[in-house]
Design a binder for this molecule. Sequence first.
Ligand SMILES: Nc1nc2c(c(=O)[nH]1)N[C@H]1C(S)=C(S)[C@@H](COP(=O)(O)OP(=O)(O)OC[C@H]3O[C@@H](n4cnc5c(N)ncnc54)[C@H](O)[C@@H]3O)O[C@H]1N2
Ligand code: MOO
Ligand SMILES: [Mg+2]
Length: 427
Amino acid sequence: MTERRQAISVPLAVAKVTGSVRALPPESVPVEQAYGRILAENLYADADIPSFDRSAFDGYALAAKDTESACPDRPLEFEIVERIAAGQVGTKAVGPFQAVQIMTGAPLPPGCDAVVMREWTQEYVREGKAWVVLKRAMRVRDNVSLRGEEAKQGDLLVGKGTVIHPGIAAVLASLGMTEAKIGRRPVVGVMATGSELLQPGEPVRPGRIRNSNAAMLAAQIERAGGECRYYGQVPDELEPHLATYRRMLAECDLIVSTGGVSVGDYDLMPRVYATLGAALLFDKVTMRPGSVTTAAQLDGKLLLGLSGNPSACYVGFELFARPAIRLMQGAEAPFAPLIEGELLADYPKPNPFTRFVRARIVYRDGKVGGVPVGFDKSSSLTSLAEANGFIVLPGGSRGYKSGDRVKLMLVDDRDGAEWPWGDDGDG
Ligand SMILES: Nc1nc2c(c(=O)[nH]1)N[C@H]1C(S)=C(S)[C@@H](COP(=O)(O)OP(=O)(O)OC[C@H]3O[C@@H](n4cnc5c(N)ncnc54)[C@H](O)[C@@H]3O)O[C@H]1N2
Ligand code: MOO
Ligand SMILES: [Mg+2]
């Protein structure tokens, strides 16, 4: 008789996987190539930001107190003593009822504490001197960006472990960094198993199917931030499994296989792990699809045996490989966000295990909801083309009705979330 496997809960399985990986040593890349990578150091302001008082508008810098009596009936005249563009520093002392013509971003000259927008003024020449006339009073700091108003020297600007997006690229550049220190992308070895598999370019033959999981996993690895190294598809024979697996162990940081984890005669992954001496973390999870997802550890490396069934493979990857890949890059928030939203169609099936219904997450009328996509079986493939998330239904629940509140897992998210599962049960 086949040995019965001990199933563990999803949160426990996720915790076992995430507890088995650690951040890889960081590396540096040019800031222009850092988009989507994970920052490996805290970014602190190296100076006050902005680093000097500067004009926020094109206009005239002057002392606000000189403008107190200005009004439409009694305009005030200021002598223009200098004109400064952004990048220039004024050289003239500015006395009472004098002004400096100033452009946006230029440093405020000493003696000035406000800027009048050009549109509020008129400029003319009289007796060989340039003058500007003003019809309203200004207050100190009007139209001025003050030194340190955004951040003070030493302030934390961006935390280590954050996914770099365009705003963070701007911060890096503003700190004078040409290179960003980031987590190295783990090299993720992928092996597809199954004598039935054809390469996508091969003609179909009776009983055979095209290998779609390899292409799917390559894209999932890319989305998670890993570097996919594909080792091809192996037939259901132990020797090619072992040979390929040994190469992956030597060359990769994380190993993902698809297929062969169940109890069929040709499901060889359990024997692969046993032969290699890997320590099993789990080989059954109380989830659907993907219940036979297996995880093991060898020489400090995480080995993930995903199901061959396309939907089960997809779900297993997002639940286990994704946070592992992100943690290996040093992410602080490695998980896909799990949020509450509305179920947008009836889902009558009972859920003996936690169910991950492949879904289209939609944002409509200020609300977020999930629509189950098409054909809903562990073996389904084409409906995945529509999915950008999962509806997560807890184990032990019965059918759900359209409009019910449910948990939605956003697998297309980029920034990540901290532990989404709560401290008990299924999140
Ligand atoms: N007696 C039992 N049978 C099965 C159980 C069980 O508990 N007891 N679990 C079922 C569940 S649930 C799943 S899921 C599958 C898991 O199967 P394996 O991980 O062993 O995968 P394979 O047997 O290799 O293939 C399953 C299925 O997927 C197709 N496949 C495989 N690789 C690919 C690929 N690269 N691209 C596309 N499709 C692929 C394969 O042809 C099979 O149809 O086991 C159930 N059985
Ligand atoms: O492992 Mo299977 O995908 O639960 O249906
Ligand atoms: Mg099988």
